[in-house]
Design a protein around this ligand. Structure first.
Ligand SMILES: [Zn+2]
Length: 339
């Protein structure tokens, strides 16, 4: 093997905890059911690394994309690192593997809310995309059709909005708590509203043969005098947690604990997440139900400040307060998680 190949191999192995050099895996359960590919994981000024996760039941080619802050760039980076290699594709053109995955494997977009750091990649990749449904709460789909794919900011890519319509995307309005089957797949998805500053965000439960992944878009902590959206969500998913069917939760922790209460912009700090997860343990009937539960942390704010490493700081703060045995993982762009 040439030396530069050996070096690449060594670098790849160094970067991963498990897995082979060909398809690096950042985390692998001994009996994984789902694959999660992190296409983008941050919030803030780095426009090439914003919230987007591909979720696929292993053994299938049916995937969904949860939010699409960074889509095309995230797929290309994932391809370069080899983490798309296990997704079955049928090569039928000169398309890259990233292009094949987008066109052949992705069955739908689940969009939590229309903030640009969750939809910018969807907009930019849309001219190259194949027709797909967008599953979202009605208020999110309305914002996408009226304020984004409206013929002024971008073409009318959806099946609502002013003529002429390109109608590549079909808006599928979701009713909170009611599951929908994603077309051309055996995946079911259920949505619940989340409170997020002045807008409504969404949690999506993705289910396949009774096993589940829960993805949360941006959310703030429940306030004593406001809606109890997180608590209601925990109540809805608690039977899955009790039966050990919730494989992983993906959710955001945007700021370290030092961020003041009045500067959270509808986001969570480590202490807010830990408090909410203790509520989950409570509604499940005891903390033993959430011991070992995997929570993949997304959406850490990136700024132009050069003051330490917020990802490490948030991880440390989560671990320091982790008296409930949660298995926290900090999402890394182009990482692959088998859960
Ligand atoms: Zn947001």
């Amino acid at each position: 093997m040439p030396l530069h190949h050996l070096k690449t191999l060594r670098d790849r192995l160094k970067k991963t905890q498990t897995g082979t050099a060909e398809t690096p895996v950042t985390f692998a359960d001994s009996h994984p059911v789902f694959e999660i590919v992190a296409l983008g994981v941050r919030s803030g000024v780095a426009d090439g690394n914003l919230s987007s996760y591909l979720v696929r039941p292993l053994g299938t080619r049916e995937s969904v994309i949860c939010d699409a802050g960074t889509l095309g760039h995230g797929l290309k980076k994932a391809e370069a690192r080899g983490v798309l290699d296990d997704i079955p594709i049928m090569p039928d053109s000169s398309l890259s593997r990233a292009g094949h995955v987008l066109k052949q494997s992705v069955r739908a977009y689940l969009i939590s809310h229309a903030h640009l750091d969750h939809v910018a990649g969807l907009v930019l990749s849309s001219p190259e995309d194949t027709p797909k449904p967008i599953h979202a709460l009605p208020q999110t789909n309305a914002i996408l059709s009226e304020n984004l794919f409206n013929g002024r900011v971008w073409g009318v890519m959806g099946d609502k909005g002013p003529e002429p319509r390109i109608s590549k995307y079909s808006y599928r309005d979701m009713e909170p708590g009611q599951s929908q089957t994603i077309e051309n797949s055996k995946l079911d998805v259920t949505a619940w509203p989340l409170s997020h500053a002045s807008t409504t965000s969404t949690a999506f439960l993705i289910q396949h043969h009774g096993q589940a992944i829960l993805y949360l878009g941006d959310t703030q902590a429940d306030q004593p005098d406001g809606p109890q959206n997180l608590l209601d969500l925990w109540k809805a998913v608690s039977p899955l947690v009790q039966k050990d069917k919730l494989r992983t939760i993906i959710m955001g922790v945007t700021y370290p604990d030092g961020q003041p209460d009045d500067a959270l912009c509808g986001q969570l700090r480590p202490k807010d997440l830990l408090k909410s997860l203790r509520d989950l343990g409570h509604v499940c009937g005891g903390r033993h139900h959430i011991r070992g539960l995997r929570v993949l942390i997304s959406h850490v704010k990136e700024t132009f400040h050069d003051n330490g490493n917020p990802v490490q700081q948030i991880y440390r703060e989560l671990q320091d307060g982790n008296d409930i045995g949660i298995h926290f993982m900090m999402a890394e762009q182009s990482a692959r998680y088998l859960v």
